[in-house]
Write a protein that binds this ligand. Structure first.
Ligand SMILES: [Cu+2]
Length: 463
């Protein structure tokens, strides 16, 4: 039943098979050249794995087409040719239907969003300009803000309800703070690099401390090497965007604005330029403590801890430069969850002595997940839930909730020496990086805990 067509037509198939191979070879060369011209060697290096995969799959597809075209030419069989065409058409329908609508000029493609500002996808020109300017970015050795960087109290409440002024300024009406938006390169984990966007070069940005009724004069600048504009939204401020509306700074620009602290509490501040979530997921958040007039009760040690999520295109542990993945952020699937910006950020920098009263200012930059904050082997004597100051306090708490874009203040007296692991008790997150260590030094007390502390018991309790 094979329908005969002219032999010369089959000769065309033979020629097409060679044209196909030619197109493939020139295509590969053009793509490699194009990438090098648009993004330079850094982009070529970044795409290495993807390119090997893409070249491999197109090579296989070209070879199989070549094979079938040659087969049709040899057999002179029309039905065979038609079935190949149907196969290609069907595969094409399957692929195109499953990926949805294509947004060809943004990364990642296929992300539609319906927020108030621009979506989280990065325009391709930004991605390319990032790779072209890769050498201009400052490389920060340690992105983690030191948890000991807590400013001295202004006032503090001491025994009998008396107020002790600690900082030697007699209630100034104006406090000046400086923020610099800086886009830098730093490690999330050993060998895994990310383009962090920061306030003052660390994640989180600095902890600020003020009093109710103060005038805060904020100067925000944006480093000249930045590729994006930034601003700051203080949850401690009252007014449009928490200051976000009056603080948008272009690269190289600087702006000053003032706000009055009307409420006491521990407040998040963050960049709020659209896409807000993207800017926060690059590391632009920190805490601002507004003390009540009388201050907070006196303690021996204060620490600054902030949880945050990182959405990288490469899966967890993939080495090298990682670019931001907006689709994973939309889906709430961070590859890394950290305390103070990177895995192991709080590994060996929090120390206290047995008997110390310790206070932690704990925030959550989000952008997706609530933290179930817990310290393994300790109980919080006092929690200021949701960082409310002046409201009800909780006592004897094991785990406290810290919402995305929120904070908590927890206090505990450390009664026994050893290493105490800070976790988000959604415990798989420790494997994504969310843990820290509070080391307590001093004498043991067999009345509190007694037993054989073998190495195994210690390590299985820890991380
Ligand atoms: Cu920003």
């Amino acid at each position: 039943m094979t329908k005969k067509i002219k032999p010369s037509h089959y000769e065309i198939l033979r020629k097409i098979s060679w044209v196909l191979v030619g197109i493939y070879v020139f295509g590969v060369i053009a793509v490699l050249l194009g990438i090098t011209v648009l993004g330079g060697m850094p982009l070529l290096a970044y795409l290495k794995t993807t390119l090997i995969q893409a070249i491999g799959i197109t090579m296989a597809a070209t070879a199989s087409l070549f094979f079938f075209l040659r087969l049709i030419w040899r057999l002179e069989a029309l039905p065979l040719g038609i079935s190949i065409l149907v196969f290609i058409l069907g595969s094409g329908m399957f692929v195109s239907a499953s990926v949805g609508q294509l947004y060809a000029f943004q990364y990642p493609m296929y992300v539609q969003s319906y927020g108030t500002g621009s979506g989280p996808g990065l325009p391709f020109k930004n991605v390319l300009s990032f790779f072209r300017h890769l050498e201009t970015f400052e490389v920060v050795k340690d992105i983690s803000e030191n948890p000991n960087n807590v400013p001295s109290p202004i006032n503090q409440l001491i025994a009998g309800g008396a107020i002790e002024p600690v900082t030697d300024d007699t209630l100034p009406t104006t406090r000046r703070i400086q923020l610099e938006a800086k886009e830098v390169l730093a490690e999330i984990a050993p060998g895994v690099t990310f383009n962090y966007w920061t306030f003052n070069g660390t994640v989180p940005g600095p902890l600020f401390r003020a009093q109710v009724g103060d005038i805060i004069e904020v100067t925000i600048s944006n480093h000249a090497s930045s590729l994006h504009h930034h601003n700051v939204d203080f949850h401690a401020a009252t007014g449009p965007g928490g200051g976000g509306a009056v603080s948008v700074v272009n690269p190289g620009e600087s702006k000053t604005f003032r706000f009055k602290t009307l409420n006491p509490g521990l407040f998040v501040y963050h960049c709020a330029v659209p896409n807000m979530a993207s800017h926060m997921a690059h590391g632009m958040y920190g805490l601002f403590l507004v003390e009540p007039k009388e201050g907070l009760p006196k303690v021996d040690k204060e620490f600054y801890v902030m949880q945050g999520e990182l959405y990288t295109a490469g899966t967890i542990g993939r080495k090298g430069l990682q670019i931001f993945d907006a689709k994973k952020m939309m889906d709430g699937q961070p590859e890394y969850i950290t305390f103070n910006g990177k895995t192991g950020g709080l590994d060996s920098n929090m120390k206290a002595f047995v008997g110390d009263k310790v206070r932690l200012y704990v925030g959550n930059g989000g952008v997706s997940h609530t933290s179930s904050f817990h310290i393994v082997g300790e109980i919080f004597d006092t929690v200021y839930p949701e960082a409310s100051i002046g409201g009800a306090r909780f006592h004897n708490v094991q785990t406290t909730n810290i919402p995305a874009g929120g904070a908590a203040i927890v206090e505990l007296t450390v009664d026994y020496p050893g290493k105490y692991i800070l976790v988000d008790h959604a415990l798989m997150r420790t494997d994504k990086g969310a843990w820290g260590v509070l080391e307590v030094v001093g004498s043991t007390d067999p009345e509190i805990m007694d037993g054989n502390f073998t190495e195994h018991a210690r390590s299985s309790h820890g991380h």
